[in-house]
Design a binder for this molecule. Structure first.
Ligand code: CTP
Ligand code: CA
Length: 221
């Protein structure tokens, strides 16, 4: 190590991060989406790159600058995100921060649906999107460390613990979104692992990211 150089515990590692919402088209001008700013996922991608990792950031539609040293792949829909995740493998770890839309319109209209006064369109039929995290957990190319996020408004740790088991993730980072977390700059998170639950104090999103990146580095060794 050269004198004065900074230790890079994640150099040589490839880490996949998903972030932001997905947009599911209803017609060419309308979509279904989740409320997600992408800030926490982008901060995590940047923190991992700062520790020396090669980071593939699969980003839903957000207007955020790409963090330094991060390879960004922009996507729109959940299906696009699933394809981009598969194409970015293999990875040593994956951090799935994206707020993926759970459903999409069964038949997106090819042309703009026109407003007819007093005649709203037929109810939208929704179908379930692929669960990117659960699919990755069952894949032969599952990263050694697989981390999911869970935005909850109540029973945060209980829901996150159930989600961890259901999805086959190693850790679930649960955050309380009952306040103004969405789009805000701070986050209260609970890290649910096989060893139990670690609750962190309210922290700026970049400090949540730095702490999580350190924990990932320590775990990958
Ligand atoms: N996730 C995913 N693909 C989906 C839905 C969710 O990869 N189609 C990932 C998210 O990126 C997150 C984790 O799964 O890391 C949990 O997402 P969440 O929406 O909290 O879980 P769901 O199982 O969809 O449960 P619900 O929305 O009912 O709380
Ligand atoms: Ca969901």
């Amino acid at each position: 190590v050269l004198a004065g150089s900074v230790a890079k515990p994640l150099s040589g590692r490839h880490i996949l991060v998903t972030a932001g919402p997905t947009h599911e088209p209803i017609d060419p001008v309308r979509y279904i989406a989740n409320r997600s700013s992408g800030k926490q996922g982008f901060a995590i991608a940047g923190a991992l790159a700062a520790l020396g990792a090669r980071v593939s950031l699969v980003a839903g539609p957000v207007l955020l600058p790409t963090p330094a040293g991060v390879d960004r792949i922009d996507v729109e829909s959940a299906q696009d995100m699933a394809n981009a995740v598969a194409a970015a493998l293999p990875a040593d770890a994956a951090v799935m921060v994206a707020a993926v839309a759970d459903w999409r319109a069964e038949d997106a209209a090819g042309q703009k649906i026109k407003k007819r006064p007093g005649e709203p369109p037929a109810p939208l039929r929704l179908v379930e999107n692929v669960d990117i995290l659960a699919t990755l957990a069952r894949s032969p190319r599952r990263p050694a460390l697989l981390i999911g996020f869970a935005a909850e408004t109540e029973q945060i740790v209980a829901h996150a613990t159930a989600k961890r088991a259901r999805k086959g993730a190693d850790w679930i980072v649960a955050n309380d979104v009952s306040g103004d977390v969405m789009g805000g700059d701070a986050n209260t998170v609970h890290v649910v692992t096989a060893d139990g639950v670690e609750s962190w104090e309210l922290l700026p999103k970049n400090q949540v990211a730095a702490r999580l990146a350190d924990r990932i580095a320590a775990t990958l060794g």
